[in-house]
Ligand binder design. Structure first.
Ligand code: FE2
Ligand code: FE2
Length: 299
């Protein structure tokens, strides 16, 4: 089961990977795909943290948690301004790369801080809160709403919250799209997002558990991931064909070697037979000469 630290850190790695894809390529289509992927993933990640992680800081870590949450929200605000600027650009724009680097600077610092300071602190707080709760003889029923959750539950809520902010309407949300752009999502007031989230089931539907969510396939993120997956499959299939080709070549080589060995064996057998024949004839002629000399001596 994934912990909240693992879920957040995995997102951070993905965001950094998308950045590397953009700056490591000169292909405009590739840069556009991964640039879009970075924008959407960052938007969903930020909203997920603001709805699930930062409230958990405040709930389980007292004054220190409030300070951490405030600092993180402030850093998100700075990143969102740069993200808005970056999202309006294309790889053909002169300041595309510069703006992306301007965005990644404070974002990297923020992600590093979360991983180094905030996540270990919340893991520790969740653990000790849980121990306190389990140690109390009779839990107060009136405090059910503030029941302590474990790190894995927080991770599951974080994942579901990210899933509820697709580019298109969730099936149960009716006809109206939720957010047509990452900026629409980021600009939405947080209490409005919380209201929206409450309209979604806490558990994934049967179809979602089986990985059949239609909005997943429709979103640019999933579409790009799908393209990447197909690319990997193609590469694997090319590798398989190359391997089959190599096997055929090796088999043909082995066949040729066997044929050459057979031919050499046949030749050697011929030579040996001829030698035996010559020796036999030589021996017969010696015998004949001895016999003739013996008979002429006797006479
Ligand atoms: Fe964050
Ligand atoms: Fe983060």
């Amino acid at each position: 089961m994934t912990t909240i630290s693992e879920a957040i850190t995995r997102d951070h790695r993905e965001i950094k990977d998308y950045y590397n894809e953009v700056v490591g390529s000169s292909d405009v289509a590739h840069q556009t795909s991964y640039g879009n992927l970075l924008v959407w993933e960052l938007a969903r990640h930020s909203v997920g943290e603001e709805l699930i992680l930062y409230p958990a800081f405040e709930q389980y870590m007292g004054e220190k948690g409030k300070e951490m949450a405030d600092k993180d929200r402030e850093q998100h605000h700075e990143v969102k301004i740069l993200l808005k600027k970056f999202q309006a650009l294309t790889p053909r724009d002169e300041d595309y790369r510069e703006t992306l680097d301007q965005l990644m600077g404070p974002l990297r610092e923020h992600m590093d801080e979360e991983e180094r300071d905030d996540l270990p602190a919340i893991e520790e707080a969740l653990k000790s809160n849980l121990e306190d709760q389990n140690g109390s003889a009779a839990p107060d029923p009136s405090s059910l709403s503030s029941t302590v959750v474990d790190s894995q539950t927080l991770a599951r809520r974080f994942a579901l919250t990210k899933k509820f902010v697709p580019t298109r309407s969730h099936p149960s949300a009716g006809e109206h799209p939720l957010f047509e752009s990452a900026m629409g999502l980021l600009a939405a007031p947080i209490d409005h997002l919380m209201d929206l989230m409450r309209k979604f089931p806490d558990q994934p539907s049967v179809g979602e558990r089986a990985g059949q969510t239609s909005e997943r396939a429709d979103s640019p993120i999933e579409a790009t991931k799908e393209t990447a997956r197909k690319g990997v499959e193609r590469t694997q299939s090319m590798g398989q064909s190359a391997m089959e080709g190599a096997k055929d070549t090796a088999e043909a080589g082995r066949k040729k070697t066997r044929q050459a060995a057979d031919t050499a064996g046949d030749k050697a057998r011929d030579v040996s037979a001829r030698a035996r024949d010559t020796a036999r004839r030589g021996s017969e002629s010696v015998k004949r000469a001895v016999s003739s000399s013996a008979s002429s001596g006797a006479s």
